[in-house]
Design a binder for this molecule. Structure first.
Ligand code: SAH
Ligand code: SF4
Length: 341
């Protein structure tokens, strides 16, 4: 498989130039085409020598993620299937809002975590994405949508902390002052609760937002939804999150996907509030998006509101993801499943 050029930092492009006998300014030119112009076609890089491009093309690609399929929901959320160099496909989502746009990236082809309600979790794991394949997804969206995205969320297919180094590198590239310049505060990583990843992130000194998928306030229920509970139990996870908030002075957002009759009772809301009071955090409630692989449904509106009221009444800051936000999750593995079947 060819190396994704969008995954190379300026110093790595400079080294590539040295190795291939080119002056240093070529690295700057190449970076500009890739990260500023968002070009994915050698032919458009007019100021680079043809012979050099040909030589690089044997081992490297500027087209690490290309458009394979397109869909759009009523709220304006667009989902793309991006084809990678080896033919694997992942989902990339664009969520437009009035004043900004958000891209939802995939970090792996499939996912090992096997959450029962998630299409990505149910279709197995193929491989990790490289940093370049993640950055290329943002450029793909920017090119198709005709504008640079404002926010990036790592909430597509895959568990970001199961691919930690490449995810972090992609953040440094997206955040780079000479590139897309996506502010760290506008980048969110969502994890199903990989504790070592949370601990490492706390030490990075990055201003990125951290979301942790809880979906249940006790181990027994969580285990029935998320196999990761067997490895990283809830009590340890909450302790790691608390530690993160203390160390970084940042809050954590807990994602809670509401499933009718499974995790949506007011008793469970009280149990959840019990854990989260006096904790620098907020809860984001997400009504389940139906997936073929799982029989669950979203609760009725009243149940969602009761759950929300209990949390708010106990002093927990809580938001309900709107229909556009739901589109993000609806994307998690589903477009890929539909297209492959
Ligand atoms: N693997 C990471 C990030 C990708 S999933 C994680 O699990 O956090 C992003 C979010 O979508 C997670 O909170 C996940 O639980 C949620 N999700 C997955 N499938 C869903 C579905 N069918 N309906 C609603 N939310 C879902
Ligand atoms: Fe993986 Fe997240 Fe889906 Fe769970 S919800 S299977 S961790 S992508």
């Amino acid at each position: 498989m060819k190396i994704a050029l969008q995954g190379l930092l300026p110093e790595e492009l400079a080294a590539l130039c040295r190795e291939t006998g080119q002056p240093a300014f070529r690295a700057k030119q190449l970076w500009h085409w890739l990260q500023v112009q968002g070009v994915s076609d050698w032919g458009q890089m007019g100021n680079l020598p043809g012979a050099w491009k040909q030589r690089l093309a044997a081992t490297h690609t500027p087209a690490a993620a290309v458009l394979a399929a397109d869909s759009r929901d009523a709220g304006g959320t667009r989902k793309w299937l991006a084809r990678l160099d080896d033919g694997e496909t992942v989902e990339t989502v664009l969520i437009p809002a009035r004043d900004w746009t958000t891209v939802c990236l995939s970090t792996q082809v499939g996912c090992k975590m096997g959450c029962v309600f998630c299409a990505s979790g149910q279709c197995g794991f193929a491989r990790n994405l490289s940093a370049g394949e993640m950055v290329a997804q943002v450029h793909l969206v920017a090119a198709v949508a005709g504008r640079r995205p404002d926010n990036v969320v790592y909430m597509g297919m895959g568990e970001p902390f199961d691919n930690y180094a490449e995810v972090l590198k992609s953040i440094r590239l997206l955040n780079h002052p000479d590139g897309l310049k996506i502010g760290a505060r506008r980048i969110t990583i969502s994890t199903s609760g990989v504790i070592p990843g949370i601990e490492r992130l706390a030490d990075e000194g990055l201003q990125v937002e951290l979301s942790v998928s809880l979906h249940a306030p006790n181990s027994k229920l969580r285990r029935s939804l998320m196999p990761i509970e067997n490895k990283y139990p809830l009590a340890d996870l909450l302790a790691a999150c608390r530690e993160y908030t203390v160390k970084t002075k940042r809050f954590v957002t807990f994602e809670y996907t509401l499933i009718d009759g499974v995790n949506d009772s007011t008793g469970l809301a009280e149990e959840l509030a019990g854990h989260l009071r006096k904790f620098s955090c907020r809860v984001n409630l997400i009504p389940l998006s139906p997936v073929e692989e799982y029989a669950g449904r979203a609760p009725k509106r009243e149940a969602i509101e009761s759950f929300q009221r209990v949390l708010a009444g106990r002093g927990v800051s809580v938001t309900l993801r709107d229909s556009k936000g739901q589109g993000v999750n609806a994307a998690c593995g589903q477009l890929r499943r539909r297209t492959l079947s």
